[in-house]
Design a protein around this ligand. Structure first.
Ligand code: NDP
Length: 340
C-alpha cells in the first residue's frame, strides 16, 4: 500500500505551478484554523476567489473580520469548485459525510484537497467518483506560513494525487501549492503520495518527537534523583534555556551535522563519539515496529477506538505527564522566568 511511486526512485521536485488554472474557480476553505487562515490569506493575496466554511464560533467571526465571505460548511461546499479540507484529521470523516458529501456528490466535477494523507490512506474518507483527490501538505505550521509569506518566502510541501478524474489533477495540485505561497523563494514541492505523507508524518510523531521528549524526561530524572543535580540547572541545560532554538536555526542553515562546527571541539567530539553508540539495535527495532503499526493500520485503529471511547487513555496519559516531577519543576521555573 505504501511508497508506491517513490520506491522506484522517481521523486520529482517542483518550484512552480500555474494559478491561472484556478483563477475562475471558487475555492472553499473548510476550517478557518491554523492551516485554514494561513492558506486562505495566501490564496486571496494571489487573486484567487476564496470563501470560508466554518462552524459558527470564534473562528467564523474571525474570518468575517479578516474580510472573507463566510458560510456554513454545507453552504461553502455547495458553492465550491475546489475544497481545501483544513479541519483536524480525526473529525474530518464525520464532517465530510454529514456536511460536505451531500453538497458535492451531484456536481459534475470537484477538487478535494487535503493537507495530510491520513484519511485517504486509511480509507476513512472514500473518494467520490466525481472528485479529483489531491494533497498539498505543508511541512510548516500555519503561523509559520503567515510569517514566511510576510517575508516573501516559501516553504516545503509534499504533493500527492490519489484520484485524477479531470486528467489535470497534478496541475491543480501545483496550482494550489503555488497559490498558498509554497513556491516563493526558499520553497519546494516534493512529489509524494498520501501514503508516504502518512508514513513520514506519523513516524516523526511516534518516534522522533517522543524520543526527544522522553529521553529528556528520563535524563532529568536520572540527573536530579540519582546524581543530585538541581532541577533548575538541569531543566535549563536540557532544553529550557532556549539554546535548542538557536541550534535548530543553525541546523536549518548548515545541515544536521555540519552545525556541529559552531560548538566547541570538546562538544563535537562528545557528540560524534557517543552519538553512534546511543542508537542500539533495540531502538532500531522499535523504529521498525512503529513503522509496522503505521503501515498495517493498527495505530489508526487504536486511535479511532480511543476517540469512540471518549479519550480514556489519552486523558490518563496527559494526567500522568502533568503529575511528573519534570512538569512540576518546570512550572516553578517558568513562573520564576515569567513565562507563565
Ligand atoms: P485546527 O485544529 O486549527 O482546526 C481547523 C478548523 O477545524 C477550525 O476552524 C475548527 O473550527 C474546525 N473544526 C474542528 N472540529 C470541527 C468539527 N467537529 N466540525 C467542524 N469543524 C471543526 O486544524 P489544523 O489547521 O491544525 O489542521 C488542518 C489540516 O492541516 C489537518 O489535516 C492537519 O493534519 C493538516 N496540517 C496541519 C498542520 C499544522 O501545523 N497544524 C501542518 C500541516 C498539515 P473551530 O476552531 O472554529 O471550532
Amino acid at each position: 500500500m505504501f511508497m508506491k511511486e517513490n520506491n522506484k526512485g522517481n521523486t520529482r521536485i517542483f518550484f512552480d505551478g500555474d494559478t491561472s488554472l484556478i483563477k475562475d474557480k471558487i475555492v472553499s476553505i473548510i476550517g478557518y484554523g491554523n492551516q485554514g487562515r494561513a492558506q486562505a490569506y495566501a490564496l486571496r493575496s494571489n487573486g484567487i476567489n476564496v470563501i470560508i466554511g466554518n462552524i459558527k464560533d470564534e473562528n467564523y467571526s474571525r474570518a468575517i473580520k479578516d474580510g472573507y465571505k463566510v458560510y456554513s460548511i454545507e453552504e461553502a461546499s455547495n458553492k465550491a469548485d475546489i475544497i481545501l479540507l483544513l479541519i483536524p484529521d480525526e473529525v474530518a470523516p464525520k464532517v465530510f459525510y454529514e456536511k460536505i458529501e451531500p453538497k458535492i456528490k451531484e456536481k459534475k466535477h470537484v477538487i478535494l484537497d487535503f493537507a495530510s494523507g491520513y484519511n485517504i490512506t486509511y480509507g476513512f474518507i472514500k473518494p467520490l467518483p466525481n472528485s479529483d483527490i489531491i494533497m498539498v501538505a505543508p511541512r510548516m505550521i500555519g503561523e509559520g506560513i503567515l510569517n514566511l509569506l510576510k517575508e516573501g518566502k516559501g516553504y516545503p510541501v509534499l504533493l500527492g494525487v490519489a484520484q485524477d478524474i479531470s486528467g489535470k489533477a497534478w496541475d491543480y495540485t501545483l496550482a494550489i501549492a503555488k497559490g498558498i505561497g509554497a513556491f516563493l523563494p526558499g520553497g519546494i514541492g516534493i512529489k509524494s503520495s498520501f501514503e508516504e505523507e502518512t508514513l513520514l508524518d506519523l513516524f516523526t510523531e511516534h518516534v522522533i518527537a517522543p524520543m526527544i521528549l522522553f529521553s529528556i524526561k528520563v535524563a532529568y530524572e536520572i540527573l536530579t534523583k540519582e546524581y543530585g543535580a538541581s532541577p533548575e540547572a538541569t531543566l535549563l541545560e536540557l532544553y529550557a534555556s532556549g539554546e535548542w532554538i538557536e541550534v535548530h536555526k543553525v541546523i536549518y542553515k548548515m545541515g544536521l551535522f555540519e552545525q556541529l562546527v559552531v560548538h566547541s571541539r570538546t562538544s563535537q567530539y562528545g557528540q560524534l563519539s557517543r552519538g553512534q553508540k546511543i542508537i542500539s539495535e533495540e531502538i532500531k527495532n522499535m523504529m521498525r515496529k512503529a513503522i509496522q503499526e503505521i503501515l498495517d493500520g493498527s495505530f489508526a485503529k487504536e486511535w479511532t477506538i480511543e476517540q469512540q471511547l471518549n479519550y480514556p487513555i489519552f486523558n490518563r496519559l496527559w494526567i500522568n505527564i502533568r503529575e511528573s516531577d519534570l512538569v512540576k519543576e518546570e512550572n516553578k521555573l517558568y513562573r520564576i522566568l515569567k513565562r507563565k
